[in-house]
Ligand binder design. Structure first.
Ligand code: C5P
Length: 228
């Protein structure tokens, strides 16, 4: 299946999100994260669904299994197509999230190690005596073995994750920059084409599209690159 584009709606209001969706032409998938959902609540999901869009609700749930189960049930009930949890919540929490979405269209993605966390932070602050790369693949296996449908990962981690969990699980990657776009604060990125060739199922792109002078054209350029 071709790699699909998800546009990150990193904005503060429902109006700004609506405007972004209107200017992004035919794109189907949109990501609402903590920034937007904390402002709008379920209204953003209702609005996207009413427009026949698919929703990636990126709240990175991490709590006791029972609480995550109820939150995941609520997200599935709102119609979220993809949701995120933290793999470091452990096997029972991951399984609880999966159980919560059974019978719905919602898929559970696990965040392994945030890309803002490097080896030094992981070892000296979090207390995990392993490299970020080793931890990413360990958490990816933990997540998939306990029912997660996939993982969110840097495009640079795709190859290691595929060899750890195979080709079945979904891999969703932010950290994408087309050659024509500003890199912004993304340090280790790939182009949409590189990520597609590496085996990503979805790429998440925000500023290169939303800050483009013609977002519809930017969507078309990225979509063309993804069709490899
Ligand atoms: O604007 P940009 O394309 O950099 O947006 C990328 C999106 O993916 C943002 O919503 C950002 O928070 C998210 N993200 C990321 N890197 C990660 C995890 C999430 O850029 N490691």
């Amino acid at each position: 299946m071709a790699t699909e584009l998800i546009i990150a709606l990193d904005v503060d209001t429902l109006d700004a999100a609506t405007h972004a969706v209107d200017t992004c032409g035919g794109c189907i998938w949109y990501k609402a994260g903590l920034q937007l959902f904390s402002r709008t609540g379920p209204a953003i999901i209702e609005q996207l669904k009413a427009a026949n869009k698919k929703v990636f609700l990126d709240l990175k749930l991490h709590d006791i299994p029972n609480t995550v189960k109820h939150a995941a049930q609520a997200a599935a009930g709102m119609g979220a197509d993809l949701i995120t949890i933290h793999a470091c919540g452990g096997a029972k929490m991951i399984a609880a999230a999966r159980e919560a979405v059974e019978g719905s269209q919602t898929r559970v993605l696990a965040v392994t190690v945030l890309t803002s966390i490097n080896d030094a932070v992981l070892q000296n602050e979090v207390g995990i005596p392993a490299s970020a790369e080793e931890t990413v693949t360990r958490f990816a296996k933990l997540a998939v073995n306990n029912g997660a449908h996939g993982v969110v990962a840097s495009p640079h981690e795709i190859a290691a994750i595929r060899s750890a969990v195979g080709h079945g699980p979904l891999i969703v990657t932010p950290g994408i920059r087309p050659a024509w776009a500003s890199t912004d604060d993304q340090a280790r990125f790939m182009t949409p084409r590189e990520a597609a060739l590496a085996g990503a199922n979805f790429v998440v792109v925000g500023r290169p599209i939303l800050k483009h002078a013609n977002p519809t054209e930017a969507v078309a350029l990225v979509t063309k690159e993804l069709a490899v």
